[in-house]
Design a protein around this ligand. Structure first.
Ligand code: KG4
Ligand code: ZN
Length: 391
């Protein structure tokens, strides 16, 4: 069984090709075309621009994935008469796809198409969905709609078929910060989420205040790390020079909800009260970056610890771009001291940020649906079945 998967929920265009057999799941190709360069100038993702980029990138990304998987073959794929009807607002993509199909033979190479249907930016989701529907029609394959958050959680199926339940999962990215309880492969409940900004968004906004680049998470992590290295090398510099003390929002709250917009405001206030000279000082930026990183990761890990205790979790799963953060990884791994029986599963870097590979993996446990009812749902919930897309 060969699965072709498509991811366009935010600013990454992903196409992957996976093979599922009795032995398990194998990735034949996973290509991600990043739009970071485009969105740098806004300091965040601008939906209409992201949509335009997906349109431009989908066919080249598909082509590269097919080539890598050894499935790119010169020839011709018959184009159905009504193909254009899938691309009312995506004329460019329609032209690109037709050009590609006229020069390549795809028939019989793909058994299933998987596509992210939400949550995410609606215009971006639609580009991927329309592309998936058009391809499914050309190739005569079924379509499996996939929840982006579930895909971030289910990546572990690539390497292992089984984990022990209950599992607590933290999905933490530029768009999401959610704590999910998983009682089986098919049972997900949302136990906590951010009330405002996502943790990655907080990194990005704080980085913007400090004049660091986009995406902000890696930039802040780099400065924070520089501060730690400096402190190790020069123990006399142990004390904080600027006495920055950021809040840990909702850390003591009894529930699992989170909030990061106050933290960003605290960064802004501290920054505003500094002189222009200090604002530009590397020492200030490093110290502030370290405190931002510590504050965000303290809150996340304390909520996880509480959830593991309350739900007697046997597995902890992490997903999303922010899991690339070393400080977060270190604090999460340290939970093992308190919960020696807990299995902690972290995605490798390429599976933590948005990609189509995880969408294909999730599709191995999701159902096929009638293309007619498959729609984009920007606010798709973890407990929604895809059928609820018909509403
Ligand atoms: O999952 P992702 O690639 O895209 C979505 O937001 O869906 O996550 C991107 C987010 C950005 O906010 C970025 O700043 C953050 O992940 N990020 C990090 C690190 N690497 C990426 N945050 C903190 N530390 C990092 N090393
Ligand atoms: Zn994501």
């Amino acid at each position: 069984m060969i699965i072709l998967s498509i991811e366009t929920s935010c600013d990454d265009t992903g196409v992957a090709i996976l093979e599922k057999s009795e032995k398990g799941i194998r990735t034949l190709a996973s290509i991600v075309s990043s739009q970071d360069e485009i969105h740098k100038k806004w300091g965040g993702v601008y939906p209409s621009e992201a949509k335009r980029e997906h349109q431009k990138n989908l066919v080249p990304t598909l082509k590269e994935a097919l080539k890598k998987a050894g499935l790119l073959e010169k020839g011709k794929t018959t184009i159905p008469e009504n193909l254009e009807s899938f691309f009312e607002k995506e004329k460019l993509l329609h032209e690109d796809l037709c050009d590609f199909l006229q020069g390549h033979s795809l028939k019989g190479k793909i058994d299933k198409i998987a596509v992210t249907v939400g949550p995410g930016l609606e215009p971006c989701l639609w580009v991927g969905i329309n592309f998936a529907k058009a391809l499914a029609l050309c190739l005569g394959t079924p379509i499996v709609p996939v929840n982006h958050i579930k895909a971030h959680i289910l990546f572990f199926l690539l390497d292992r078929k089984k984990i022990h339940f209950p599992a607590v999962s933290l999905i933490v990215s530029g768009g999401h910060t959610e704590i999910i309880l998983m009682e089986s492969l098919y049972s997900f409940s949302l136990i906590g989420k951010t009330r405002d900004d996502a943790a990655g968004e907080c990194f990005d906004k704080a980085a913007r205040i400090l004049g660091l680049g986009y995406p902000g998470g890696p930039a802040i992590a780099e400065k924070a790390n520089k501060k730690r290295v400096q402190r190790e090398k020069t123990p006399s510099k142990k004390e904080k020079i600027f006495s920055i003390d950021l809040p840990r929002p909702m850390m003591k709250a009894r529930n699992y909800d989170l909030s990061f917009s106050g933290l960003k405001t605290a960064v802004l206030y501290d920054h505003l009260k500094r002189s222009e000279k200090i604002k530009r000082e590397e020492e200030y930026i490093m110290e502030m970056s370290e405190e931002i990183e510590e504050a965000i990761t303290d809150v996340l890990v304390s909520k996880l610890e509480k959830a593991i205790k309350e739900y007697d979790a046997r597995t902890l799963l992490l997903g999303g771009g922010v899991t690339a953060n070393r400080t977060l990884q270190k604090k999460v791994k340290a939970l093992k001291e308190k919960f020696p029986e807990l299995a902690i599963i972290l995605p490798s870097l390429h599976l933590s940020t948005d990609n189509a590979e995880m969408v294909g993996i999730a599709a191995t446990v999701e159902e096929e649906r009638d293309p007619e009812i498959i729609k984009a749902n920007a606010n798709l919930k973890i407990y929604d079945t895809m059928a609820s897309n018909t509403k």
